[in-house]
Design a protein around this ligand. Structure first.
Ligand code: BDR
Ligand code: CA
Length: 324
């Protein structure tokens, strides 16, 4: 399995990335760091811990990361994720899992990277604040990681402004430095690709109950993920007019490691273009990802994936989560 560190801001779609990284046999989760983003840091941390409780996972350390972007004020995505960051579900206020306090998150990430150097992949499903601080303090870690998979960016449209995608827009300075510094280790999963991974009614049915047409009560875990999709779907309908279902951005960024690590692009129906990418830092286009003319190492920008296969992986993870 691929050793992975996950940096996230749960987040209705982040929780699916956590499900996949925990319960798909191809991944070995080393640790989680949380970041401000969809909701304030206290909430994204609480959501992560409460989800691990629900999944009865007690051996994963969760480090609390950055509260705010590097240079601009924070802003959240309550309209899409609800006021707690996880709309549609109520989680207990007290959690069994607690934030890890043995180290600062930067030190924890660095030590995981050193221990698994050459193999470890970073996965970012939130703003890039934590990771930009990590490489500012320890630039040498860049050479030690295999890939960094980032959910972020959009080409020719946006979901916060007509130009920018949320994760990049929320901390453009951090995104700009991470993309520039990691160069050809970056696997970018932009909205253009995630909008092909829509949780349609078929998907929602499979999530609710793995046997089609079977009326047996679905498990607490299935109900949780299904309720989230119902809320998220409603938000996408209202905010973006997407009627078929919500796109599940974050788990797709994690999944996109597989074609690269396996060097089997056809098998995953995966296509990309390799391009130097820059982030617009100011003005009306702040947070926009643009193809730059500079001669910098290009980022892998995902453009196509076999979504059927992707959903199968999510469903495998869900089944494993139920029986574990
Ligand atoms: C990204 O923004 C967040 O709201 C989602 O969790 C996802 O990471 C999509 O633009
Ligand atoms: Ca996210």
């Amino acid at each position: 399995p691929i050793p992975v560190w996950l940096d996230c801001d749960p987040g209705n779609d982040d929780v699916f990335a956590i499900l996949l990284v925990l319960f798909h046999p191809r991944f070995n989760l080393l640790g989680i760091s949380t970041v401000h983003g969809n909701a304030p840091l206290e909430m994204t941390t609480h959501n992560t811990l409460a989800l691990l409780d629900l999944l009865q996972v007690y051996n994963v350390k969760v480090y609390e990361g950055s509260k705010r972007p590097l240079k601009i004020p924070p802003h959240y995505a309550f309209g899409v994720h609800g006021t707690t960051g996880l709309g549609g579900v109520t989680l207990p206020k007290k959690t069994i899992n607690k934030p890890a306090k043995d180290m600062y998150y930067i030190e924890a990430m660095r030590s995981a990277i050193c221990e698994h150097q050459g193999e470890i992949c970073l996965v970012s499903t939130g703003t890039l604040t934590n990771i930009s601080k990590l490489i500012a303090k320890y630039p040498e870690v860049k050479d030690k990681i295999r890939y960094i998979a980032i959910m972020g960016g959009a080409f020719n449209f946006g979901n916060v402004t007509p130009f920018a995608e949320f994760n990049i827009h929320t901390d453009p300075h951090a995104a700009s430095s991470v993309i520039a510094e990691f160069g050809d280790k970056v696997i970018l999963t932009p909205l253009n690709l995630t909008h092909t991974a829509v949780a349609t009614e078929w998907v929602r049915k499979q999530i609710y109950n793995d046997v089609e047409g079977d009326n047996r009560r679905c498990s607490e875990i299935r109900k949780f993920f299904h309720d989230i999709l119902m809320f998220y779907g409603q938000a996408y309908r209202e905010n973006f007019g997407m009627t078929e279902g919500p796109p599940l951005h974050d788990p797709l960024a994690l999944y996109s490691l597989l074609p690269f690590v396996d060097d089997a692009f056809e098998e995953y129906g995966y296509k990309y273009v390799q391009q130097p990418i820059k982030v617009v830092l100011d003005g009306e286009h702040q947070g926009e990802t643009v193809v730059s003319k500079e001669n910098t190492p290009g980022v892998y920008v995902g453009s196509e994936v076999d979504t059927k296969k992707f959903w199968q992986s999510v469903l495998v993870a869900l089944k494993n989560a139920e029986v574990h």
